[in-house]
Write a protein of this length. Structure first.
Length: 307
């Protein structure tokens, strides 16, 4: 069958991935209402098309913090890529480089930062960071990312505790024995606890700034109040995100939260968005409402699973 749209890749991945892997990638928190709303919200936004405009020349390039990409769609941070393909994040990095776009590598990668960097030298890549209870672990990750040539640090702010993903609980989800969280080997046991630090506050942005010269982008902002705080604390970018609906069920769809965030920052920092992007028209709607770029998570995993 010809693969002509993202839903074709989704159906393929659901058919061929092991159930435990599919359920992990697809999971949303609790009733999955926010996960599903991310997609449904776009259907309520209509274009107001204008005609007889010269569109013979189109340029869809944009810049992220001064770095040009070929089109305004990047790859969002997602974990455990080896569940979809043996080369894992190395293949994802190569694909992003081939398309000249930005890849945000996850703390919870199944390849090391150094392996990801070596797989796609010269590519635009950012590193997504969770702050752990053991701050030395997080500090070392930041320093490794900078040393490996990552050009941005993406602090995920919406995961003080892991959301309740029911299928993962039912499946007793755990990485297969041959897979490791390569960046965190020996730091903790994946299946047993939450190593994340629930005491993280806005002041920890200053701590991160003391560790690195990399620009800091904060991911997980959904309100104007938090957008204003992000600007006040000196971040260079905001990703409007609800973690793909995997964290807090009952929160807003990201596209619905975008406008108030854009209005709050008033152009002082760049604003991006993830969540629910499935079509080119979704990208256009996000750009029209003020996003500089969008990032896709699950669709990148579906593509990775395609053989």
């Amino acid at each position: 069958m010809a693969m002509v749209c993202l839903s074709d890749f989704e159906a393929y991945a659901k058919k061929y991935l092991p159930k435990i892997a599919w359920d992990f990638f697809a999971a949303g928190a609790d009733d999955c209402s926010t996960r599903d709303e991310n997609i449904l919200a776009y259907k309520r936004i209509c274009f107001r098309p204008r005609m007889l405009r010269d569109v013979s020349m189109m340029d869809i390039r944009t810049k992220l913090l001064g770095n040009e990409i070929s089109f305004p769609v990047g790859i969002a941070p997602t974990g455990f890529h080896q569940l979809a393909w043996p080369d894992g994040e190395k293949s994802t990095a190569r694909a992003a480089k081939a398309m000249n776009t930005c890849y945000i590598a996850s703390t919870y990668s199944t390849c090391t930062l150094e392996e990801i960097s070596a797989a796609a030298p010269g590519a635009l890549r950012w590193f997504q960071l969770y702050i752990h209870r053991n701050r030395t672990v997080s500090q070392q990750l930041v320093q490794r990312a900078e040393a490996s040539g990552f050009q941005g640090l993406v602090l995920t702010a919406d995961l003080p505790y892991t959301g309740k993903r029911r299928d993962d609980v039912r499946n007793g989800f755990c990485l297969p024995p041959h897979m490791k969280l390569k960046n965190l080997e020996g730091a903790f046991e994946v299946c047993k606890m939450s190593p994340l630090d629930p005491s993280v506050t806005w002041n920890d942005i200053y701590w991160l700034q003391s560790l690195t010269h990399l620009p800091i982008i904060i991911k997980g902002i959904l309100t104007k109040e938090d957008a204003e705080l992000a600007v006040r604390h000196g971040v260079q970018g905001i990703i409007v995100s609800n973690h793909g609906g995997r964290q807090l069920d009952g929160g807003p769809a990201t596209i619905d939260a975008l406008v108030e965030v854009v209005e709050a920052v008033q152009g002082r920092v760049e604003v991006y968005l993830d969540g629910g992007i499935r079509k080119g028209s979704d990208v256009l709607k996000a750009l029209a409402l003020g996003a500089r770029c969008v990032f896709i998570g699950r669709p990148a995993l579906w593509g990775l699973a395609y053989k």
